[in-house]
Design a protein around this ligand. Sequence first.
Ligand SMILES: [Fe+2]
Length: 172
Amino acid sequence: MNMIAARSSLDAMVAAITAALHAAPAEPSAAVAEALGAHAADPLLLLGRDCPCRAETYIRHLLHEDAEQGWAVAALIWRPGQMSPIHAHKAWCAVGVHRGVLTETFYTLHPHDEAPRPTATAQRRPGDTSHGPAQPDAIHRLANLGTETAISIHAYGLPYSRFCTDLNRVFC
Ligand SMILES: [Fe+2]
């Protein structure tokens, strides 16, 4: 019973994302974020899925991939204190928080600085979303600054096999 509910919940999210991609194929990040956000905080979303954390750093777990259309959805697990590098995306992205609280910091790059400067922060709670196009100067970082493990759901305009090599422009 629970496995059926878990599949149905994730399937509903994937169907909503697929519809959003069809509706806005040129720059789908906002539409995908809206679709993803409607399901991200569903407590049944990951039921039956094994998504362990990792002691050293945050970790991705693939939830769905459409390799032919070139996009994929993953769950990221953040233990307290874990954070992404400061980065921008070379593909569109949409994020929704499933559990816990993440802090998103935005940065800008000045020509003579070695590292990007922070410009703003926002707390992302269950159901909150963030998104962006493929834009190498739209720089941000996600961090779990809380005391409990956080889980976020990420959709990217790349096959999962390219997440590690072609997704991020990393600054530091
Ligand atoms: Fe990102």
